[in-house]
Design a protein around this ligand. Structure first.
Ligand code: MN
Length: 400
């Protein structure tokens, strides 16, 4: 039996609403180290976006270095990794040749796809392939073909891997692929950076089924894509409001001599701070912190909070008042009331515009639609005098 732990999208060095997350990321990395000690896997697979930026901050670089040294040198777990779309493949791949001898395997160049890491012995053996995240044009340059989409690049990569995969089969070796891509059928969150502007970023899942396990990276929601053997473990930490309350964790893949012996398990992180989204009016949210925000997770005093206020306008001092109740408050926003009915109202306003109505009535309607409140007599008076002053200035040419 070959045991593989699979993680991705660490985004070390990332901030959420100006709050640096490295401390929280370290808590989770410590939990991954504990998983390595507990499960003693044959390898740890990291499917890209190790850092949040191609030039990561120094403390994030140091953090990754500490983690990898501990995993490879102290725990004796080989680490196999690829750069993602947030990483610089050159920087992630620095010294790859030297590090390989120590047990850190980095796929960072196009030709590295032909050099799988071979693990195991006897009946349970695998070849682990890695496809570094590169732009379609970079693959096109490598293959000397006009490749414009990630799907086209993937077709070419898989085609070129065929002889190696056939050889694995002949020798009774299972195959694993590390890939950082948006595979068709996957569900995104709000924290992935699109892989292409304008064109298609999707890669079809069917051709990936030739592998016994596809260790995916890119999408931040943990998920299987169609089959159990094609999985995203999701990000290290919730990196957007859309991931509040979402379970985060790591995948434990066990591959036997035959596919029927395989199993895939999601191991949830327990220690890190949670991210909660609290929706409601300021007064509602200011009530003592709820014990549970979604029925399954316990609310801890230092948990991160994003407050989405439903008040008709943003109450003054909302952040300061909320931060007293929620020390981990990261951001306060107001839920937009701009929905379909608002759009219909706007349409009505447009039609009203074409009829001849006074400026004052037009502005009153605008205020009523956007602020969900009627103008008071006092407001009307103020508006009327401002409008008068404006037309006079306009007539005298002062505004031209
Ligand atoms: Mn990512």
């Amino acid at each position: 039996m070959i045991k593989l732990l699979h993680s991705s999208d660490w985004h070390l060095g990332k901030s959420l609403f100006s709050k640096a997350l490295l401390e929280d990321q370290t808590t989770t990395l410590n939990e991954i180290s504990a998983f390595l000690e507990l499960h003693e896997p044959d390898a740890l697979l990291l499917s890209g976006d190790l850092f949040d930026r191609s030039v990561p901050p120094e403390d994030a670089v140091e953090r990754l270095d500490l983690f990898l040294s501990n995993a490879v040198l102290k725990l004796n777990v080989p680490v196999i990794m690829i750069p993602g779309n947030h990483d610089s493949s050159t920087r992630i791949g620095a010294h790859a040749g030297l590090l390989r001898a120590a047990g850190l395997h980095v796929f960072s160049k196009p030709e590295s796809i032909y050099h799988p890491v071979k693990l195991g012995e006897g009946a349970a053996r695998v070849s682990v392939y890695g496809v570094p995240y590169l732009e379609p044009a970079e693959w096109g340059f490598y293959f000397s073909l006009p490749l414009r989409t990630h799907a086209e690049a993937m077709t070419q990569i898989l085609e070129s891997l065929k002889p190696l995969l056939e050889n694995d089969k002949l020798e009774g070796r299972r195959s694993v692929l590390l890939l950082h891509a948006y595979v068709t059928g996957g569900q995104a969150t709000d924290s992935e950076r699109p892989l292409s502007i304008g064109g298609s970023e999707l890669v079809p899942s069917e051709p990936l089924e030739v592998f016994d396990y596809v260790a995916l990276g890119h999408l931040h929601r943990p998920q299987k894509v169609g089959l159990e053997k094609i999985q995203y473990p999701g990000s290290l930490f919730p990196y957007s409001l859309s991931e509040a309350g979402q379970k985060k964790g790591i995948v434990l893949a066990k591959l036997g001599a035959e596919p029927t012996e395989d199993s895939f398990e999601f191991l949830e992180f327990k220690t890190p701070r949670r991210l909660h989204a609290l929706r409601g009016s300021l007064e509602e949210i200011l009530e003592p912190a709820p014990e549970s925000s979604n029925g399954t997770t316990t609310f801890r005093a230092d948990d991160y909070v994003i407050a989405v206020l439903t008040d008709p306008s943003l109450p003054t001092d909302a952040f300061r008042r909320l931060a007293k109740v929620y020390p981990g408050l990261l951001h306060v926003s107001r839920e937009s009331t701009w929905d379909r009915s608002a759009a219909n109202d706007a349409d009505r306003l447009n039609r009203a515009l074409r009829r001849d109505i006074s400026d004052q009535d037009l502005l009153s309607q605008f205020v009523a639609l956007t602020a969900s409140t009627e103008l008071s007599a006092e407001d009307r008076q103020w508006l009327s005098s401002e409008l008068d002053a404006f037309s006079k200035a306009e007539d005298s040419g002062a505004l031209s």
